[in-house]
Ligand binder design. Structure first.
Ligand SMILES: NC(=O)c1ccc[n+]([C@@H]2O[C@H](COP(=O)([O-])OP(=O)(O)OC[C@H]3O[C@@H](n4cnc5c(N)ncnc54)[C@H](OP(=O)(O)O)[C@@H]3O)[C@@H](O)[C@H]2O)c1
Length: 288
């Protein structure tokens, strides 16, 4: 049986020794981040095979209907298609999924590469939970990938082959900038790089503006331009952040008074506390 299977695999190999049947990037989990990445990949004209597996048939139907994605409700058949496997279930579901892969599904076929999107779960846990000789990477994208302007942090395990690293980088670069960081910086990156910061800050500024008489629509326009226009100006790279701050907040002027009052009220401390709470939450994922 084993020899038969091996013979079959050899017969299906392409010139680079890869199994031709395992041609797809397979997402395990078809929820929020998968939907956003798939939309971004579609926008970028990505045409290579993608398969999504999820335990929730309604989500699979929606992905097929809205994005034309190939879906596979059977885990084994999904894994059989995987050249690259992407773990996109919530952190508290990762261990059970990997143990299921290891015990029941994963022994028969072996995707070369597995990328985990799970926040807070270290490579050491992933290795321990899946008893199979695979190369692991972690990726931290955001739903902003939907519009092709995302940012993805990557960390590769020690045994990760250079050619496969290139492939993973290329894949995520379709939906935005790719940044490689050491794994021990992943939690700090995760809590810093969340599009929720932008939405939260816009909401807080607009709410405050409404208290001083702006209608909701005008408050949201003013608040979102305050953030977005400033960021675009900084990204153009002509001036440093300090120079831009100095230009926008003339000493003794209205903006300077505004920012000083925010700082006195604990603005920086509130941000610090927010990140600390996020990091504590991420670390809990590691103890599962
Ligand atoms: N959302 C983000 O902004 C974001 C950004 C970066 C990284 N991530 C990471 O990406 C992962 C997914 O997050 P998400 O927000 O996309 O979660 P989500 O919307 O809840 O999607 C996860 C999907 O996986 C399914 N699932 C859970 N266990 C499964 C299993 N054993 N077999 C098959 N399907 C299973 C869930 O089904 P049910 O609905 O039945 O539970 C759900 O449809 C998380 O680990 C998160 O840390 C998320």
């Amino acid at each position: 049986m084993k020899a038969e299977r091996m013979g079959q695999v050899r017969g299906n190999q392409d010139r680079r020794g890869r199994n031709k049947n395992r041609d797809a990037v397979v997402f395990l989990g078809g929820g929020r981040i998968t939907g956003a990445l798939l939309a971004g990949l579609g926008l970028a004209g990505y045409t290579k095979p993608i398969v999504v597996h999820d335990r929730n048939p309604g989500k699979l139907r929606r992905l097929r209907r809205e994005l034309g994605i190939t879906v596979e409700p059977d885990l084994q058949r999904a894994v059989n298609r995987a050249h690259v496997l992407i773990i996109a279930v919530r952190p508290d579901s990762v261990r059970a999924l990997l143990e299921k892969l290891g015990n029941e599904q994963f022994g028969a076929v072996r995707p070369v590469t597995i990328v985990s999107l799970a926040a807070g779960i270290p490579l050491a846990n992933l290795r321990r939970w899946l008893k199979a000789p695979v190369q692991w990477a972690r990726a931290m994208p955001s739903p902003v990938a939907r519009g092709g302007r995302g940012l993805t942090a990557l960390a590769f395990d020690r045994n990760f082959l250079a050619a496969a690293q290139k492939e993973v980088r290329r894949f995520f670069s379709k939906v935005g900038v790719v940044l490689e960081i050491p794994e021990n910086k992943f939690d700090a990156f995760t809590v810093t790089y969340s599009s929720s910061h932008g939405y939260h800050a816009v909401a807080a500024l607009a709410n405050a503006a409404e208290q001083f008489g702006l209608d909701r629509k005008t408050a949201l326009i003013a608040a979102s331009h305050a953030f977005a226009d400033g960021i675009v100006a900084w990204r153009e790279g002509k001036f440093s952040l300090d120079e831009l701050l100095h230009e926008a907040a003339t000493p003794g002027g209205i903006s300077a008074a505004n920012l000083a009052a925010m700082d006195r009220s604990g603005y920086q401390r509130a941000v610090l506390m927010g990140l600390r709470a996020g990091i504590d939450r991420a670390r809990k994922n590691a103890t599962r």
